[in-house]
Design a protein around this ligand. Structure first.
Ligand SMILES: Cc1cc2nc3c(=O)[nH]c(=O)nc-3n(C[C@H](O)[C@H](O)[C@H](O)COP(=O)(O)OP(=O)(O)OC[C@H]3O[C@@H](n4cnc5c(N)ncnc54)[C@H](O)[C@@H]3O)c2cc1C
Length: 347
C-alpha cells in the first residue's frame, strides 16, 4: 500500500500530529497498543505547558480522563539531607491510558489506523518501506514521508540517526492499593540510588511509586529506595503491577534529532523531554503541531523548516540543564530547600 505519510506511534506526539495534518495527505498510523493491552508507564500529570498546547488546539479534556484526587502541591523529599518541603504545582492528575485513547479517538478520515508492531524500516526508490506485524500477519506499506513518534526507544530515530546516544534511564513504576492516610504527590531525591529522581502519586485509590535509575542495577536501586521510604513512613502495601520502560534525559542540543531525508521525528523519539522533570507530554504535543504546520504549508525544505519551528522548544529543553545543579547536586539542593524559596506550608 502506498501512502503520503507513514506515522509510527500514536502517543501524544503522533495523535496530535495525525489530528493536525491536512486532509489532502493519506496517512497510515501504526501503533502497537490496544485499548485493553499496552499502557505507557507514566506519572500521568499534565503540566501547564501541555495544558496550554491543548488549549491552543481548542481541545478540552473529557472528565473521564481525570482521576481522583487533584493534588496542588508536591512533597519534595531529599533523602540526602533529610529535608522535606512542599511546593505548589498546577498539574492535572489524569489516567494516562485513557488520555492516550482519547487522543487517538479523534483521528480524521484521511488517517488509516493499524494496530501492529513495526518490525523493519527500509529505504525505497520513492521513499520508505515499513513492515509491521498485526494479528499474526506481516504487512508492508510505503510512503514518501516517514514520521517517527515512537517514543524513547524509537526505531525510526535509530534508523535515521544510528550514532546518536542520548542519555537514557530505566524507569520503573509500581502500583499499590492506596494505604497512605492522605493521598499525596511526592518527588524524591536520593543520590545513593539515582542521579535522576523518583516520584509518587495517588490516583483513584491506587498509589504509584516510580523512578528513573541508571540502567545497570535499576531494579535493585528501586527496591532499596522503597525500603528507605518505607522506613520514613511511606506505605506501599502489596504491589498490584510493575511496569518499566526507557526514558530519555537530553544533556544539550546535540541530544535531539529532528530527522533527515523526509524522515521526521516528533515527541520523545526526537529527544524532546525535560531533563529536569522528565515531563514530556507538552513537548510531544508541541512538536506534533509544529511538524503538521510545516508539512501542511507545502513549502520547500520542510526538514530545515521543521528544525527551525522547534528551535524554541529545543533551546528551552536544553536550557533546563542549567537548572539541574540546583535540583540534582546535593549541596546546592540543600541550600535551596533550606532557604524555603517558593516553598509552601502544608498543615
Ligand atoms: C515512568 C514515566 C513517567 C512519566 N511521567 C510523566 C508525567 O507525569 N507527565 C509528563 O508530561 N510526562 C511524563 N513522562 C514522559 C512522557 O510519558 C513522554 O515523554 C511522552 O509520553 C512522550 O510522548 P510520545 O508521543 O513522544 O511517545 P510515547 O507516549 O512513548 O508514544 C510512543 C508510541 O509509539 C508506539 N510504538 C513504539 N514503538 C513501536 C513500534 N515498533 N511499532 C508500533 N508502535 C510503536 C507505542 O505503542 C506508543 O503508543 C513520563 C515518562 C516515564 C517513562
Amino acid at each position: 500500500m502506498m501512502y503520503d505519510i507513514i506515522l509510527i506511534g500514536l502517543g501524544p506526539a503522533g495523535s496530535i500530529f495525525a489530528r493536525c495534518i491536512d486532509k489532502r495527505f493519506s496517512v497510515l498510523a501504526i501503533d502497537k497498543k490496544t485499548a485493553d493491552g499496552f499502557a505507557k508507564p507514566c506519572g500521568g500529570l499534565l503540566a501547564p505547558d501541555a495544558q496550554k498546547a491543548l488549549a491552543e488546539l481548542g481541545l478540552n479534556l473529557p472528565k473521564d480522563v481525570l482521576v481522583d484526587p487533584q493534588i496542588f502541591s508536591v512533597r519534595t523529599l531529599d533523602l540526602d539531607s533529610g529535608l522535606v518541603r512542599n511546593y505548589q504545582r498546577m498539574y492535572i492528575n489524569l489516567d494516562r491510558r485513557k488520555f492516550d485513547l482519547w487522543l487517538m479517538s479523534g483521528l480524521p478520515e484521511n488517517v488509516t489506523r493499524a494496530t501492529g508492531t513495526v518490525t523493519a524500516i527500509e529505504r525505497a526508490d520513492d521513499g520508505y518501506t515499513v513492515k509491521y506485524a498485526a494479528g499474526g500477519q506481516e504487512f508492508t506499506a510505503r510512503a514518501k514521508i516517514l514520521v517517527g513518534a515512537d517514543g524513547a526507544k524509537s526505531a525510526v530515530r535509530h534508523f535515521i540517526c544510528p550514532k546518536l546516544k542520548t542519555r537514557t534511564y530505566m524507569s520503573i513504576q509500581q502500583w499499590f492499593s492506596e494505604s497512605n492516610p492522605v493521598p499525596f504527590y511526592s518527588c524524591v531525591f536520593d543520590s545513593e540510588n539515582t542521579d535522576c529522581y523518583s516520584w509518587s502519586v495517588s490516583k483513584d485509590g491506587s498509589f504509584i511509586f516510580g523512578g528513573a535509575y541508571p540502567i545497570q542495577g535499576a531494579r535493585a536501586a528501586f527496591e532499596r529506595q522503597k525500603e528507605k521510604l518505607a522506613a520514613m513512613g511511606v506505605k506501599f502495601g502489596v504491589p498490584l503491577r510493575t511496569e518499566a520502560c526507557l526514558v530519555l534525559r537530553p544533556t544539550g542540543l546535540k541530544s535531539f534529532c529532528c530527522g533527515k531525508d523526509n524522515v521526521f521525528l516528533i515527541g520523545e523519539a526526537a529527544g524532546f523531554i525535560s531533563p529536569s522533570s522528565l515531563e514530556g507530554i507538552s513537548s510531544a504535543v508541541i512538536s506534533g503541531i509544529k511538524l503538521a504546520e510545516v508539512l501542511n504549508a507545502a513549502q520547500s525544505s520542510p526538514q530545515s523548516r521543521y528544525k527551525r519551528k522547534v528551535r524554541r522548544l529545543r533551546l528551552k529543553l536544553a536550557a533546563k540543564n542549567l537548572k539541574n545543579p540546583f535540583m540534582y547536586y546535593p549541596p546546592l539542593r540543600k541550600i535551596v530547600m533550606k532557604s524555603g524559596i517558593k516553598a509552601i506550608d502544608v498543615k
